[in-house]
Design a protein around this ligand. Structure first.
Ligand SMILES: [Zn+2]
Length: 66
């Protein structure tokens, strides 16, 4: 079920982790580009709610924005 068994929450030590993502219009959008942006996916602790990792799902969209 959980394929990230090596991960544990650094705050409470729980290894009961889950994944979530920003829903609706909470997208991260590239600066100075016409784009719809990308969803953000989170790895979080399902016991204390601490967000351990966050990922932009389509990082290629952010190339050449600096
Ligand atoms: Zn925790």
């Amino acid at each position: 079920m959980n394929n990230r068994k090596t991960e544990a929450c650094p705050k409470c030590g729980s290894n009961d982790l889950g994944k979530g993502e920003h829903a609706g219009y909470a997208l991260m959008t590239p600066v100075n580009k016409m784009s719809f942006g990308s969803k953000i996916e989170y790895l979080l602790c399902t016991d204390c709610g601490y967000i351990i990792e966050s990922y932009v799902k389509k990082p290629q969209k952010f190339k050449d924005t600096i």
